[in-house]
Design a protein around this ligand. Structure first.
Ligand code: MSP
Length: 509
């Protein structure tokens, strides 16, 4: 059976990861965990883009070989993913033989079929963006800052006949509106495609760049880093092997918005030329801004995710980037906002609800879940809101609308806390005649806690097992039949002891 296959961009190894890289990987991890929870077999791929001018330059500056530099960075990425509980199934590095082999196979096939040609080329080249840029991109006679130093160079290079796929691609994008999401990004790409699309320069002379994959038909050249990198999505699942069909087409390529052009133009054209299906969907999310500019190593305005994990914990970081980073727009990172979300939504609202529900059940019923007794204030509203939250969740999770999903689960938490206040179980407990009413309130609260534990488990892999342990259930899973997570616990179910979920509302440091 075909697996649900999701990817992140493979990150450059010129520096250590910052919160931007961590965010895309967390987003993909949440989707992978969600899909697994609904019973699908998942293949979740992330990794590193190790070739190219920038990496060669960085290694040279540090006085080490590019491979040694890449090894060091790889350890730092792996460590971060481990600390963030990233559940990737594979980790690709483009310097690995398994990847190089497929890049060369694709190049040879395309060359044999006349899709690649050699030509003299003169143009403006940006080492920072690893690409030739055209004068059209100049603003007031200067190239934008994102390109760094741009120099004019003239050289012979290999070109992929990308231009011939332009009208096919336009039709494809128009006919498959779900392919590139959100819609605003598709419109951007369609706008770009209203200008003639040239061919793609896919080689670099070794005299200028040696750190890359050698062209199989010309040993004086290495492969352009983007052509090399995109192929990771098919090299890992074994393009050319029988197992490939268990993975391809990928279900989702999750990326940041600045790399839409290679993903939505180069990559579809490459796949079309190779003769394989396009991925089903691409989602391009917005940026973290930090001090009103894009968070980036080049500008130096980065937030170190390790620091945040040490001050709070991994779930706090995961929760925050899912709550705040947006799909369509950009988001401003501030330490104050991080603390505010943690204190109010995790520690106060969620932590308090779970703790008081489990505590009261212990105190009043020795932890044994009572059957529903008499009806009263807010019962139906609470149940209705829980059911609506589940429905909203199931609809919006596959669309990466995490901010909206967490806002809705947060409202359910608040509603449940309000239900406690309205029904005041501590008063009901004092009157034996109201025992049936207390039974209902305790039952409903535990049910909501169970529902929330389920819904939040892709986001909070450290916290949700703690909720499960307090409820004394093995874990949270949707029933495959109706994906329902409501009414999962039977009366007389024995729950455990309460322990605080977010013990400090003050960060550790
Ligand atoms: N190596 C290429 C991708 C090749 S994929 C075949 C690359 N690498 S990168 O290291 O620059 O990583 C870019 C990705 O990191 C973005 O697309 C995004 O997923 C993430 N982010 C980097 N900075 C970011 C922000 N400021 N905000 C949000 N995400 C950002 O491009």
């Amino acid at each position: 059976m075909k697996k649900y296959y999701i990817t992140t961009p493979i990150y450059y190894v010129n520096d250590r990861p910052h919160l931007g890289h961590a965010s895309t990987t967390i987003w993909a991890d949440v989707q992978a965990r969600f899909q697994r929870m609904t019973g699908r077999e998942v293949f979740f791929l992330t990794g590193l883009d190790e070739h190219g001018t920038k990496v060669q330059q960085t290694a040279k500056k540090r006085g080490v070989e590019p491979q040694a530099h890449a090894d060091e960075m790889a350890a730092s990425f792996r460590n971060l993913w481990k600390q963030l509980h990233i559940s990737n199934d594979d980790f690709v590095r483009t310097s690995e033989p398994r990847h190089k082999k497929v890049v060369q196979k694709v190049l040879q096939e395309l060359h044999d079929r006349g899709e690649i040609y050699l030509a003299e080329h003169e143009g403006w080249y940006s080492a920072r963006a690893e690409q030739f840029v055209t004068e059209k991109e100049m603003v007031n006679g200067k190239f934008p800052e994102i390109y760094g130093d741009v120099v004019k160079i003239s050289e012979k290079n290999y070109f992929f006949k990308m231009g011939q796929y332009q009208s096919w691609l336009v039709e494809y994008l128009k006919g498959n509106p779900g392919f590139l999401q959100p819609d605003s990004r598709r419109n951007e790409i369609l706008g770009f495609l209203s200008q003639p699309l040239g061919d793609l320069c896919i080689s670099r002379p070794k005299s200028r760049l040696s750190w890359g994959i050698e062209m199989p038909f010309d040993k004086d050249y290495v492969t352009y880093v983007w052509f090399d990198a995109l192929i990771n999505y098919i090299s890992v699942p074994g393009y050319g092997e029988a197992r490939f069909k268990e993975f391809w087409p990928a279900d989702v390529h999750l990326i940041g918005k600045e790399i839409i052009t290679p993903h939505a133009i180069y990559w579809p054209a490459m796949l079309k030329a190779i003769g394989i299906d396009l991925p089903r969907q691409m989602f391009a999310h917005g940026w973290w801004l930090f001090g009103n500019a894009k968070m980036s190593k080049t500008l130096g305005n980065v937030k170190d995710p390790i620091e945040l994990i040490q001050s709070y914990d991994a779930d706090a970081v995961r929760y925050f980037v899912c709550r705040e980073l947006q799909l369509a727009g950009d988001s401003n990172y501030t330490d104050e906002l991080f603390k505010q979300r943690y204190d109010s939504e995790l520690a106060n609202d969620l932590g308090n609800l779970v703790n008081r529900s489990i505590s009261m059940l212990q105190r009043y019923r020795s932890g044994k879940l009572p059957a529903v007794g008499s009806q009263g204030t807010g019962d139906d509203e609470l149940q209705k809101q829980a059911a609506e939250t589940v429905e909203f969740y199931l609809e919006n999770m596959p669309l990466f609308q995490y901010g909206r999903v967490l806002e809705r689960t947060g409202r359910l938490v608040q509603r449940a806390n309000q239900y406690v206040e309205e029904n005041a179980p501590w008063k009901l407990a004092k009157d034996a005649g109201l025992a049936g009413r207390l039974d209902t309130v305790l039952n409903r609260l535990v049910e909501v806690v169970y529902t929330l534990g389920t819904l939040l488990s892709p986001f909070l892999p450290e916290t949700s097992p703690k909720i499960a342990a307090q409820l004394q259930v093995p874990g949270f899973i949707f029933s495959k039949k109706d994906l329902s997570c409501l009414k999962s616990l039977k009366p007389q179910h024995q729950t455990g002891q309460p322990t605080p979920l977010f013990p400090r509302s003050e960060p550790k440091k």
